[in-house]
Ligand binder design. Structure first.
Ligand code: AMP
Length: 112
């Protein structure tokens, strides 16, 4: 399968890692939209939020346990936003489940 984020997990494409354990990886977005813009992904391939089910949802819980630690390490004491784009209407460009963690400034009130 030709998946950019699977290639990052394998180390075939470089990334700036901020967190890693046996199940998940977090790295800096190559085109940051805020002073802190980190992507948190499962190492296993799940195409999007639409691909989450009873068999694989534990990885999502694990990601959301890690996000506060990542936010703390990034100094996001004033808050942050977690976003996952799913499908074409949401402009998902990489078809591997990922959560954007954005912060480090006052973010826009509008999300759409
Ligand atoms: P989305 O549009 O929600 O699918 O988000 C995909 C994100 O991946 C975008 O914010 C891109 O800037 C980011 N991205 C694409 N290629 C890379 C890469 N090689 N390293 C880090 N981030 C990337």
């Amino acid at each position: 399968m030709d998946c950019l984020f699977c290639a990052i997990v394998k180390g075939d494409i470089p990334s700036t890692k901020v967190y890693e354990d046996e199940k998940i990886l977090a790295f800096r977005d190559i085109n940051p939209q805020a002073p802190t813009h980190v992507l948190v992904i499962p190492k296993t391939h799940i195409p999007s939020v639409d691909g989450i089910n009873a068999e694989n949802s534990a990885i999502v819980a694990h990601i959301f346990e890690a996000i506060p630690q990542i936010a703390k390490a990034e100094g996001l004491t004033e808050g942050y936003r977690v976003v996952s784009n799913c499908g074409d209407h949401a402009c998902q460009s990489v078809k591997h489940l990922h959560f954007h963690v954005l912060g480090g400034k006052q973010l826009a009130d509008s999300m759409a």
